[in-house]
Design a protein around this ligand. Structure first.
Ligand code: DCP
Ligand code: MG
Length: 373
């Protein structure tokens, strides 16, 4: 057995699901630059380029040292020519001219602002830009262009773009648990997404709902949503049979038939809280009533699929994408948020925990806090 060399220890694995990626990392300036150009590429419909830049950023997030010179990149996989050039500019000049141009560009800024509207994706934002629209006020003046989700999104633009705090996410878990308890005692509500990875704020609240008796969960979502609505907790909701939009990488998405098993609800909650306001005591009231709109995704999953759903909804997106790529190209398996299928043995592999899924894939377990790829 040979001793582990320094080089071995510095080796960074090719897939994000083989790496540990903490929330706080040492290459912020570089990853922000790369993520800007990644976003810009996606705005232009260049998915391949976007993926390449965000992979490079993801690799740097797992690197335990600060990159000081392009020579440091030699041990890192997945950093292409273009990414390397941007990194070099940032290292040498403190900023990359290309990235700064993107940040200043009218198109990039406009697309970014439009995309911040709930219900607006790259396609819609791009179309509006083509039509000459530039600001949120331009949209308000052309209200007819908006579908009902987007209208609600515009109405709550400020709230929906202010970070959701962990305390707010936990308050929503309590409300949903209360709703669930009325219709299906014994069912659990689990906070996933970025919060499960240890983030203190998020853009939304991702919740999984399940019950230990398989089948009991059927029909639960519509009852829960109706109740929440009747109690004034919902500003918007839209329920689907399907749970997962395929990631950008089309060839890795599974067929529609395996995707339409969950009940999923995209919603906007109205969270109210009492805020202590100076002066209110004088008037004899206990505080002011404050309302905030918060994006919430509710997903109901059968117990047998819970571990897959938990793994699939915890993210990050880069981590999920590489889990699926690794499964497919290294293991000949298809992983999604319902199942793991071995394409050669033609069997489904069951798992009662996330740990078991990692075992099936021959991967070391990576804790949620280390999945911030
Ligand atoms: N997810 C996914 N593919 C999708 C949608 C979601 O893999 N098409 C997974 C990965 C995400 C998780 O679900 O991490 C939740 O999605 P979010 O967009 O809410 O992402 P996060 O919760 O990670 O980030 P944020 O803190 O911004 O909400
Ligand atoms: Mg989230």
């Amino acid at each position: 057995v040979h001793a582990e060399t320094l080089e071995d220890r510095c080796q960074v694995a090719a897939y994000a699901c083989q790496r540990r990626t903490p929330l706080a990392h040492k290459n912020q300036l570089l990853t922000e630059a790369l993520e800007t150009v990644a976003e810009e590429a996606l705005f232009r419909g260049s998915e391949g380029r976007g993926l390449a830049f965000s992979r490079a950023a993801s690799v740097l997030k797992s690197f335990p040292w600060t990159v000081r010179s392009v020579k440091d990149l030699s041990s890192l996989p997945g950093i292409g020519e273009h990414s390397r050039k941007i990194i070099q500019e940032v290292l040498e000049d403190g900023a990359s001219a290309e990235v700064e141009n993107v940040r200043q560009s009218e198109r990039y800024q406009t697309m970014k602002n439009f995309k911040k509207i709930f219900g607006v994706g790259v396609k819609t934002a791009g179309r509006w830009y083509q039509e000459g629209l530039r600001t949120i006020s331009d949209l308000q003046a052309h209200h007819a262009k908006l579908n009902s989700a987007q209208q609600v999104g515009l109405l709550h633009y400020r709230d929906l773009n202010s970070p959701v705090k962990r305390s707010e996410a936990e308050a929503i878990v309590q409300v949903v648990q209360k709703a669930v308890d009325q219709f299906l005692p014994g069912a659990s509500v689990i906070l996933t997404g970025g919060f499960r990875r240890g983030k203190q704020t998020g853009h939304d609240v991702d919740l999984l709902i399940t019950h230990p008796t398989e089948g009991q969960e059927m029909g639960l979502l519509s009852k829960v949503v109706s109740w929440l609505d009747s109690q004034g907790f919902m500003l918007y909701h839209s329920t689907h049979r399907n749970s997962f939009q395929p990631l950008e990488d089309e060839e890795l998405s599974v067929s529609a038939t395996t995707m339409d098993r969950f009940d999923r609800c995209f919603s906007i909650f109205c969270l109210s809280s009492m805020t202590e306001e100076p002066g209110c005591e004088l008037k004899g009231s206990g505080g002011a009533h404050h309302r905030k709109a918060v994006r919430v995704d509710l997903v109901v999953t059968p117990y047998s699929q819970f571990s897959f759903a938990l793994l699939g909804w915890t993210g990050s997106k880069n981590f999920e994408r590489d889990l699926r790529r690794f499964s497919k190209y290294e293991k000949k398996m298809v992983l999604n948020s319902h199942t793991l299928y071995h394409t050669e043995k033609k069997i489904f592999l069951s798992a009662a925990s996330e740990e078991e899924i990692f075992q099936h894939l021959g991967l070391d377990f990576i804790s949620p806090e280390q999945r911030n790829a």
